[in-house]
Design a protein around this ligand. Structure first.
Ligand SMILES: [Zn+2]
Length: 294
C-alpha cells in the first residue's frame, strides 16, 4: 500500500510539473508601438528615439505581465528592430530573459525552438505597399519591394510565423497598427488575438490609443490569447519552399544574382527553392543583405 501510494504521489508530481510549464517567446519590433509614426522616432540617432525606446520597453513589459498572468514559467524577449539593441534592459521586467544585438541567424525569431508553447508579436508593422499602414515595409525598406513564399506575399509576421511553425509553435497574439492586425488574421486565421494600438492615416500619421490604455489592453489580451493557445495551430506551408525576393531596383538583383542556385525571374526578382524552411529563410536573408546598395 505504501509503495503504491508513493508511486501515485510521484506520478502526480510529474504531471503537475508538466502541466505547469508554459514557455513564451516574444518578438518585439518598433514601428507598431503605440503612438510611433516617424523614422525620427524609430531610428537610432533620431531626436525622439530615446523616448520611443522607453515606450517600446513599456509595451514589452505589458506583454510580459500578460504572460505571467497566464502562468508563464519562462519568457524570452527578442529585440527585433533595426540593430536589435533598442529595449532597455534596466527597465525590462526581471521575469524575462532578453536577446539583444545583431546579426542573429534567425533574426527576429532568434531563440525560438520546439520547447516553446506560444509566440507573441509586439510592435509589428504591415508589409511594404500597405495603404494606411504605419511605417509599412518588409525587412528592408530600401531594398525589398516584396517577399513571396510559395506565391504568398508575406509581411514580416508571416515569414516569422512560418519560422515558428517549423518548430510547431503557434503565434497566438499580435499588436501593432490596424493594418498589421488585419494582415495577421488574413494570413494566420481569425483565431489569433490582436490589439490594434493605432490606425494609420497614411504611412507617417496615425490615430493612436493613449499609452496606458494600450498597455492595459495588451496585458489582458495576451493573457486571453495564451489561455486559448490550444485552439491555435502552428503556421505551415507545404514544402518545397519557393522564396521570391522582389527588389526595389534591378541593380540590387544584379548584386545578389551571382550566388549559385539563385534563379532570376525578371530584372528585379530573384527566387530560390529549399526543402527546409530555416535554410530557405537564411538564404533569403542573405540575398537581401547582398542586394543592399544604399
Ligand atoms: Zn522594425
Amino acid at each position: 500500500m505504501k509503495a503504491s501510494a508513493a508511486i501515485l504521489l510521484l506520478l502526480f508530481v510529474i504531471q503537475e510539473g508538466n502541466s505547469q510549464k508554459l514557455r513564451v517567446f516574444i518578438s518585439v519590433d518598433m514601428e507598431g508601438i503605440t503612438g510611433l509614426v516617424s523614422s525620427d522616432q524609430v531610428g537610432r540617432g533620431g531626436s525622439d528615439y530615446q523616448m520611443a525606446r522607453g515606450w517600446m520597453t513599456e509595451e514589452a513589459n505589458s506583454a510580459i505581465l500578460g504572460a505571467l498572468d497566464a502562468g508563464a514559467t519562462d519568457v524570452i524577449v527578442n529585440d527585433s528592430h533595426g540593430d536589435m539593441r533598442n529595449l532597455i534592459l534596466a527597465e525590462l521586467n526581471a521575469a524575462a530573459t532578453l536577446i539583444t544585438g545583431s546579426p542573429k541567424p534567425l533574426s527576429m525569431m532568434q531563440g525560438i525552438d520546439e520547447t516553446f508553447d506560444a509566440v507573441l508579436f509586439i510592435g509589428y508593422h504591415p508589409r511594404e505597399g500597405t495603404t494606411d499602414g504605419v511605417l509599412d515595409h518588409t525587412i528592408s525598406g530600401g531594398t525589398v519591394d516584396f517577399i513571396r513564399i510559395n506565391g504568398v506575399e508575406m509581411p514580416e509576421l508571416g515569414i516569422n510565423a512560418l519560422v515558428a511553425g517549423n518548430f510547431n509553435v503557434p503565434v497566438v497574439f499580435i499588436s501593432g497598427d490596424k493594418a498589421v492586425c488585419d494582415q495577421a488574421k488574413a494570413l494566420l486565421g481569425d483565431q489569433i488575438v490582436t490589439v490594434a494600438v493605432k490606425e494609420g492615416i497614411g504611412k507617417r500619421a496615425a490615430k493612436s490609443l493613449p499609452l496606458k490604455k494600450a498597455h492595459d489592453l495588451i496585458r489582458s489580451q495576451v493573457k486571453t490569447a495564451l489561455e486559448k493557445r490550444k485552439d491555435m495551430r502552428p503556421y505551415k506551408l507545404k514544402g518545397p519552399y519557393k522564396f521570391e525576393v522582389g527588389y526595389r531596383r534591378s541593380s540590387q538583383a544584379d548584386n545578389a544574382s551571382v550566388i549559385p542556385g539563385v534563379q532570376r525571374l525578371n530584372a528585379k526578382t530573384l527566387q530560390i527553392e529549399s526543402k527546409d524552411v530555416i535554410e530557405g529563410f537564411k538564404f533569403m536573408r542573405g540575398l537581401i543583405n547582398l542586394g543592399r546598395d544604399d
